[in-house]
Design a protein around this ligand. Structure first.
Ligand SMILES: [Zn+2]
Ligand SMILES: [Zn+2]
Length: 259
């Protein structure tokens, strides 16, 4: 879940926590967009706000002692940016990092509505391929416990005409080998694609490899907390998943779905 500190979400950590308690959740995690060393784009935390973020999460932890609140971040994977992620990792006692690819080049984030026109200049298959190449590198980097919204390029409903199964399998084989979990992310239900990230077809291939999963609402507003989780649970149960995982100080805790 995000907070207003990333400059495109609303709400304080305590607001999200209050909503989670009202819904009867036992555990939540803050995973706001990680800062870059210098100004990078308009939709992430600024480095000077990082300590405020951590303090605000700690305030929520104190205010809601019966709710487990993990301190984490959603960190952009950029080739060559690994040292910065290592630096961030050392700054605070994070529970985990979600590794996400938004950028398929130095300047284009495929999910940015302000850059939607760029899709018209590119073959969707090539964009998806560039994206999944980077996602494989993210999984392989060993920097992340979870890979975020694995089929994000579908956000605007723009799909390659060619079959992507081999592309997905290449990534999933790397994911399996590197031990990352996949984020079952319900934000997709609220976008043009109207589908959970990743798709059922993608998750069928993941289930065959027994790749662990986490549940995420990717909330950018307290009202979105746990939104679509019923559909997420239904989807993964249908694929044979009985467990999901949580992370505490980088340690994976496997938990029965429903517990
Ligand atoms: Zn965001
Ligand atoms: Zn993201």
């Amino acid at each position: 879940m995000h907070t207003w500190l990333c400059r495109h979400a609303v709400g304080e950590p305590v607001d999200y926590a209050a909503r989670a308690v009202a819904l009867g959740l036992k555990e939540i995690a803050f995973t706001d967009h990680s800062p870059m060393p210098k100004y990078f784009d308009y939709w992430r935390m600024l480095l000077e706000d990082l300590s405020t973020y951590v303090e605000k999460v700690r305030v929520a932890q104190k205010q809601f002692p019966n709710l487990v609140i993990r301190l984490a971040m959603e960190v952009d994977y950029l080739p060559g940016g690994e040292d910065w992620v290592r630096e961030l990792a050392k700054m605070y006692p994070w529970d985990f990092f979600i590794g996400s690819v938004h950028y398929v080049s130095d300047t284009w984030a495929v999910d940015d509505p302000k850059e939607l026109s760029k899709w018209k200049e590119r073959d969707p298959y090539e964009v998806w391929e560039a994206y999944f190449d980077r996602l494989g590198m993210a999984a392989q980097s060993g920097l992340f416990e979870i890979i975020g919204h694995a089929d994000l390029p579908k956000k605007f409903g723009i799909y390659p005409k060619r079959d992507c199964t081999a592309m997905f399998e290449r990534f999933l084989d790397i994911a399996k080998k590197s031990g990352v979990a996949l984020d079952i992310n319900t934000a997709g239900l609220r976008k043009d694609c109207k589908e959970i990230y990743p798709s059922p077809a993608f998750m069928k291939l993941a289930a065959a490899r027994q790749i662990p999963i986490t549940f995420g609402s990717d909330s950018h507003d307290p009202i979105e907390v746990a939104m679509g989780f019923d559909k997420a649970v239904e989807m993964v149960r249908g694929l044979g998943y009985t467990h999901y995982c949580r992370f505490e100080q980088h340690r994976r805790l496997d938990t029965k779905i429903g517990d």
